[in-house]
Design a protein around this ligand. Structure first.
Ligand code: AMP
Length: 365
């Protein structure tokens, strides 16, 4: 096998689930992470150091045939020298685009993928102008390093401009028109270096306070799913992408509006571990290791629920038939993603009723 040793930058739960899915195929993962006790470090060897430490990155690349990411906010200029030692997948250019909400939206727009009306904001005055031009309500976001609703402020009246500016103010912001969506959905797919692509069924996602609470999949909407796949393929091809890529969308009046993309496996794809023939984690590894991509066929009707801030009772949840429990081995902290469960059933009604039972046992703190 050409690529057998996989270096993973970041050892969070995504890295951990990647490493676990690599073992059966004989792949060996090594992590780089700040913490020797990170979720990934509990299942595979780790180099401890800053994710942007050039020396540590070089050491990781020297021990790997291919380097990939659990965390995408690594400066592309640190990755270029690594290409002499190991393949960098997904490509650094894809990471760069997804690090900046403005560049991401520019790429979507260039590829004729609808996005919310938006404006770059670098001063209080520009924020005022943006709210006048695009109207209220709107969302002020940091262009970089925002995730799970962090670094965001929903503006509903001009009186909130001062508060929004005092909380987030500074250069490097974006103001987006608020989307009155009926649903949030996401599409996860994989592309290999030879251009083979596979797409998972569409997932419907329910967020609270900007963070994913649960997903249901497949979300039955043939037309939306085909459109989402077309959009994802456009982005993959434009970036000569290798690996798993995710796009999150708002559904507004029956149309998809792209919100953001993630150049990696995604929380809204965790259901594929039990819910599909081949999981997103395995397909990411297959793609970056030049192996044939696996079937993305759904095995039934699935729900995935995040454990946030507090782990629910293992015994009570496991008494729900068809439920799989995942504990990432993290210290509890409010709002922190600590684990998830997935329910797989043959019929949608059975899935919905088991989901309702599980939700009674899960508290998001
Ligand atoms: P993000 O970090 O961009 O994924 O945003 C987190 C969540 O905040 C999204 O999943 C939505 O629920 C909400 N949100 C973000 N941007 C907007 C928007 N322009 N309009 C309405 N809701 C939004």
């Amino acid at each position: 096998m050409k690529f057998r040793r996989v270096g993973i930058v970041g050892a969070g739960q995504l890295g951990r689930m990647l490493a676990l899915s690599g073992y059966p195929m004989g792949l060996r993962c090594t992590f780089l992470d700040r913490s020797g006790d990170a979720p990934g470090a509990q299942v595979a060897p780790i180099l401890v150091g800053d994710l942007e430490d050039a020396g540590k990155l070089a050491q990781l690349a020297a021990n790997s045939d291919v380097v990939t990411f659990d965390w995408e906010n690594i400066s592309a200029k640190l990755l270029v020298p690594l290409e002499k030692t190991a393949a960098i997948r997904p490509p650094a250019a894809a990471l760069e685009v997804s690090q900046d909400r403005l560049r991401e939206k520019a790429l979507f727009a260039r590829l004729k993928i609808p996005v919310a009306a938006h404006a770059a904001v670098d001063s209080r005055d520009e924020l005022l102008q943006a709210t006048r031009k695009l109207g209220l309500p709107g969302v002020l976001k940091t262009r970089r390093l925002g995730y799970d609703g962090k670094g965001q402020y929903v503006l509903r009246s001009p009186a909130q401009i001062d508060e929004a500016w005092s909380l987030l103010g500074g250069p490097g912001l974006i103001y987006e028109k608020f989307q009155e969506f009926s649903r949030e959905v996401s599409i996860v797919g994989a592309r290999s270096a030879t251009g083979q692509t596979v797409f998972y069924p569409l997932a419907a996602n329910v967020h609270g306070g900007g963070i994913l609470h649960y997903s249901i999949a497949p979300f039955a909407s043939g037309a939306l799913e085909r459109k989402a796949q077309t959009y994802l393929k456009r982005v993959m091809n434009a970036l000569a992408y290798v690996g798993v890529l995710t796009i999150e969308f708002f559904v507004v009046k029956g149309r998809l509006v792209a919100n953001e993309m993630a150049p990696r496996v995604h929380n809204s794809g965790h259901w594929t571990i039990e819910g599909c023939v081949t999981s997103q984690f395995e397909n990411h590894l297959r793609a970056i290791c030049d192996l044939p991509l696996g079937s993305t066929r759904a095995l039934g009707h699935t729900a995935m629920v995040n454990f946030l801030g507090k782990m629910p009772d293992l015994r009570r949840l496991l008494s729900i038939d068809g439920l799989a429990y995942h504990d990432y081995g993290k210290e509890p902290r409010p709002g922190r993603k600590l684990g998830h469960c997935t329910i797989l059933k043959r019929r949608a009604a059975e899935r919905n009723s088991a989901l309702a039972d599980a939700l009674k046992l899960i508290e998001w703190t």
